[in-house]
Each structure stands twice: as C-alpha cells, then as structure tokens.
Design a protein around this ligand. Structure first.
Ligand SMILES: Nc1ncnc2c1ncn2[C@@H]1O[C@H](COP(=O)(O)OP(=O)(O)O)[C@@H](O)[C@H]1O
Ligand SMILES: [Mg+2]
Length: 288
C-alpha cells in the first residue's frame, strides 16, 4: 500500500537566526497509508499544531522531507494541488469564519475548486448533513448568529465539502459540549470505516482510542512513540509519564490482570473488553 503521508528526518525551526529561534520539530519520521487514522498526542507546546500545518504545506520543513498524497510539501509550485488533497481544520476554526452566510462559508472551498454551482450546492448540503445540520433555513443565516459549537460544525463542513484525500483536524473536540463531541466522534468513526485517511490531534487518549489505529506522541518536538494503539497500551511507563488515562473498561481488565487473574489485556475496544470480561466471568463462575 503506497504511503499517503511520509516524513523523512523532518525538522522545523521558527525564526531561524533570530533571538527568538526555536526548534519546534526534531527529526520526525512517520508514515501513513491510505485509510489509516492517526492520532497525535502530546503536552502543550510539544509541536502538534506545527506538525499539523506541515500536512497541507502551510509550514514547510526547515530540513528533511515530507510528501502528502505523493506531493512534496516543500514545492511551492504544487501548493495548489496539495491544498485540494490535504484539508486542515485549524484549532478553534470557528474563529476563522468570514463568509456572510452558512451556505457561502461551506461553498468557499468547492467554489475555489472551480466546480459548477449545482455540484457546489450538492457538496454543501452533503457536508452540512454530515455535521448534523439538516435545516434548509440555516443555510442563509449569518454564521455569527450561531453558537460556537454550531460554527465549529460549519467550519468542519467547509473542509469536508472539498472532499480532501486526507483530513487533518487540530484538537477538534476542544471546548465542545458532550453532544458536539459525540457527533464529531461519530463523523470521524464513519470516515475511518470508509477508509478515508484522517489525522486528529487530541489531548485525550480516551477520546482518540475509540477511533484511531495509530498514535504518535510528541514531546518537545520529538516523537516519543509512533505505532499501533495496542503497542502503546503495553508501555505503562509512557502512559504514566504523560498521564494518559485509559478508558474505564481497560482499567478493569488491567486491574484484574495485576491481581493475577488470567485475563487477556491485549484489547483495543469496548466490544473486545466486554467479550473478554464475559468470558472471564463465565470461567470463574464457580468461585476462583
Ligand atoms: N509562530 C511561532 N513563532 C515562534 N514560535 C512558535 C510559533 N508557533 C509556535 N511556536 C512555538 O513552537 C512550539 C510548538 O508549538 P505548537 O506547535 O503550537 O505546539 P502544540 O500545538 O503542541 O501546543 C512552542 O514552544 C511554541 O511556543
Ligand atoms: Mg496546538
């Protein structure tokens, strides 16, 4: 399977040569194939947003290389092609809404692709439906009259309407209420099922574990871990160091294993955990 994303020794320094020089990314080597879902975790200031902005070429490596959908992100001549293929949803995207109506806001990307207006409209309605906005009457509203959570949905719909090959979301759950988080989590799960390549930055292992299959952990600009979720769960030292809290169902399984019970800990979903706990209970029914 060809890589959709590949970085080779990618490093990035803000304001090189000035007194403010700061190396935000150091020797990053990651790759992602089509359909994979990557979660990026790390403390504040670890370089997550800087890395996110590399995916669509907004920031170019100071040294090393990055290709996204086969396009070298450093080549300014290809930046328009890259923009069509890699859609980046910024942190707090609702602050960057600038069109007069919801419809125009979501149509901005498809119109820039040069699509005919009928297809633009189809894409707008489809994208709005995906983010749970069905009412026709919302389309002509001004985005500023909507709540923050609704504006976030509109901003995400604007990126979905471009139908990028890879979607990158920078902390999309931050500040959303429970209903908003559930909706977004369902949208992202669906993308994953449809094998649409996605990168999501998050603060919360619990929130991302349910969706992702690969995880990268950044600290001070370096990758501390890159691999499958299951492998991360085998590394209590890393989980402890970054205070990565496990979902309750895994805590139950680990607690039983720690107490010496024969229970499988190699588990990555609620479904698997419930099957294993059920098996465990049935086996131990007659008193351990
Ligand atoms: N525009 C900038 N100019 C200079 N330094 C920056 C800039 N943006 C971010 N940084 C610095 O780069 C580091 C990584 O920042 P960032 O990528 O925003 O981290 P995160 O998203 O993980 O919080 C931080 O030390 C931050 O202060
Ligand atoms: Mg950030």
């Amino acid at each position: 399977m060809p890589a959709v994303v590949e970085t080779n020794h990618l490093s990035y320094t803000y304001l090189p040569g000035s007194v403010y020089e700061h190396q935000a990314l150091k020797d990053i080597n990651i790759s992602l194939t089509k359909g994979e879902f990557l979660g990026i975790l790390g403390p504040n200031g670890s370089g997550k947003s800087t890395l996110a902005q590399h995916f669509n070429g907004l920031i170019r490596p100071t040294s090393g290389h990055m290709t996204v959908c086969g396009i070298p992100t450093s080549d300014p001549k290809l930046s328009k092609d890259l923009w069509k293929k890699a859609g980046l949803v910024f942190q707090y995207p609702e602050q960057q809404i600038f069109q007069v109506t919801v419809f125009d806001e979501v149509a901005y990307g498809p119109r820039n692709l040069g699509l005919p207006e009928t297809e633009v409209a189809e894409r707008v309605y489809d994208a709005l439906r995906q983010v749970g906005i069905n009412q026709e009457n919302i389309n002509q509203l001004s985005p500023v009259t909507l709540s923050g959570g609704m504006r976030r949905r509109v901003a995400i719909a604007g990126m979905l309407a471009i139908q990028p090959e890879i979607l990158i979301l920078d902390e999309p759950m931050a500040g959303l209420d429970a209903a908003g988080r559930k909706l977004l989590s369902d949208i992202l799960k669906k993308r994953h099922e449809k094998k649409e390549t996605t990168v999501m930055i998050s603060h919360n292992l619990k929130e991302i574990m349910a969706i992702t299959d690969k995880i990268a952990i950044l600290d001070s600009g370096s990758i501390i871990f890159f691999g499958d979720v299951k492998d991360l769960l085998m590394k209590p030292e890393i989980l402890g160091r970054y205070q990565l809290e496990l979902p309750e169902y895994l805590q139950v399984v680990y607690r039983l294993a720690e107490k010496g019970f024969a229970i499988k800990t190699d588990i990555s979903s609620m479904q698997e955990a419930s099957e294993e706990i059920l098996r465990f209970l049935q086996e131990n029914k007659h008193g351990a």
